[in-house]
Design a binder for this molecule. Structure first.
Ligand SMILES: [Zn+2]
Length: 472
């Protein structure tokens, strides 16, 4: 029997196995003595180990960081998937942890990210074994338990287990990702003594997540009226494209009452890897504040400094001096995404996705010097994660793309992304599947789903890849 036929014959079993994995709410929780990522991910690994045993695979438990099982001796190919999921969030119309099948779509948290693809890899290995295909080199399946929360599982794994010559992870999208930009997203801060003169800024609340372009940001200003500020808002709406909303409140401190003005800027959200698709409300707010007739306080000075470093509309890091690009990865992108300021200081963070040509000298040092010049200090743990790149002519890239073309009839082309995948820190690793181009599987959202056909097709492609990379 060809392994394609074998995989088709296992459809019902595949559905039953996937339902078992989806049933476990494998969301990270606090560590316990034996479970580094809490009980949920550990339970999912126990279930995966039980499923593997039923399929004749002995999966080793690496202290609940990951599971590992081999087909054949002397493994050369590592397939990496994960069992943890992000929490269900809100808005589901189907039960998130009871897999529901509807018109070939399998609904449930983790069906596509990444329990379905993990099972597809296991079924591929079983199909190769059951069809009696001889392997020259072995294949190793690793199922991690902490991909969604920073991939500490892989830090642990590679401290204890060897890297293999070939590695792919079905935890992203077809055809194949060969380049992931690096990331520099440092926190920095400054503190000062409060001063009591007006008009002054009392606080600023910008974005809270570095990897999102803030769609809302607000400031509280003491001693200016809406009537005074409105004309400036009108002028800055033209300049920034953001909307400004003013609300007046009365503030009474120590028997002195004056007007407190809340200024809210409204822009448009986007992912930090594509900041030019949004409109940053935080930088739009700072631009406006910089134009108000405020007293010369430390807050006013900090706003001016932030406007000098990260002006509204600069999504390339031009002004701070790190704009750069290269032919294989494209432009550096820049998002000033987090800011919290009160009368005694501020903490902020930007998120920059850096091309292959970025290094400590041309990015980290440049930013550190620019911040220092304005009196801000980088937090101690600030560091740059370099880009990840596997050349397009590498055998793993060529082989997987040719398998993809054979099975889908579509052109297989490697592409670059601004985000990071599970293989970001694994030398030579690529992301292959299982999302088909152009389909929104609602990963991390409500009503996440997988296509049964896509998962079975993926199992066939993985089997073919195993045979081509490890076969005789
Ligand atoms: Zn994932």
């Amino acid at each position: 029997m060809h392994f394609n036929e074998y995989i088709d014959s296992q459809k019902d079993r595949f559905l039953a196995d996937l339902a078992r994995l989806v049933k476990v709410r494998s969301v990270r929780e606090d560590a316990t003595a034996d479970h580094p990522y809490g009980d949920g991910p550990a339970k999912a690994l126990d279930e995966a180990i039980a499923i593997c045993a039923e399929h004749g695979f002995d999966m080793k438990n690496l202290n609940y960081h990951a599971g590992e099982t081999d087909l054949g001796e002397d493994p050369a190919l590592l397939i990496l998937a994960h069992l943890d999921v992000v929490d269900e969030g809100e808005g589901w119309t189907k039960p998130p942890y009871e897999m529901t099948e509807e018109d070939g779509k399998l609904y449930g948290r983790g069906t596509m990210d990444d329990k379905g693809p993990a099972l597809a890899a296991l079924y591929a290995m079983e199909a190769v074994r059951e069809c009696g295909i001889k392997l020259n080199k072995g294949v190793r399946l690793v199922l991690g338990c902490a991909e969604e929360t920073g991939s500490e599982d892989m830090e642990y794994y590679f401290k204890n287990r060897p890297a293999l010559p070939y590695c792919f992870s079905p935890d992203a999208a077809y055809p194949l990702i060969h380049l992931e930009k690096g990331r520099f997203a440092p926190y920095f801060s400054k503190s000062w003594d409060a001063v009591n003169i007006i008009p002054r800024i009392m606080r600023i609340d910008g974005g809270t997540t570095p990897n999102i372009v803030p769609c809302k940001a607000s400031a509280v200003v003491l001693g200016l009226t809406a009537a005074q500020v409105q004309p400036v808002c009108d002028a800055y709406k033209e300049k920034t494209g953001a909307n400004y909303v003013l609300t007046e409140e009365f503030n009474c401190e120590g028997g002195v009452c004056c007007k407190k003005l809340v200024i809210t800027a409204e822009g448009a959200a986007a992912h930090a890897s594509e900041p030019y698709k949004g409109n940053n409300a935080q930088t739009a707010l700072l631009a406006l504040l910089g134009a108000l007739p405020l007293a010369d306080t430390p807050c006013t000075q900090a706003v001016a400094a932030l406007n000098r470093l990260f002006p509204h509309g600069d999504t390339a890091g031009e002004t701070v001096g790190i704009a750069m690009k290269d032919d294989i990865s494209g432009d550096l992108t820049f998002n000033f995404g987090v800011l919290s300021m009160d009368e005694t200081g501020c903490t902020a963070c930007f998120d920059s996705r850096v091309p292959v040509c970025a290094n400590k000298e041309n990015v980290f040092d440049v930013v550190a010097a620019a911040l220092q010049k304005e009196g801000f200090a980088l937090h101690e743990d600030a560091h740059m994660i370099p880009a990840h790149h596997v050349p397009k002519d590498a055998p793993i890239v060529q082989t997987l793309l040719s398998v993809y073309e054979q099975y889908t009839g579509e052109k297989g082309e490697a592409y670059a992304i601004g985000g990071g995948t599970y293989v970001h820190d694994i030398e030579g690793g690529v992301a292959f599947g299982c999302e088909m181009p152009g389909v929104d599987y609602r990963l991390h959202g409500a009503d996440e789903f997988a296509d049964l056909d896509t998962l079975l097709l993926s199992a066939k492609m993985f089997a073919e890849a195993i045979v081509r990379l490890c076969g005789e």
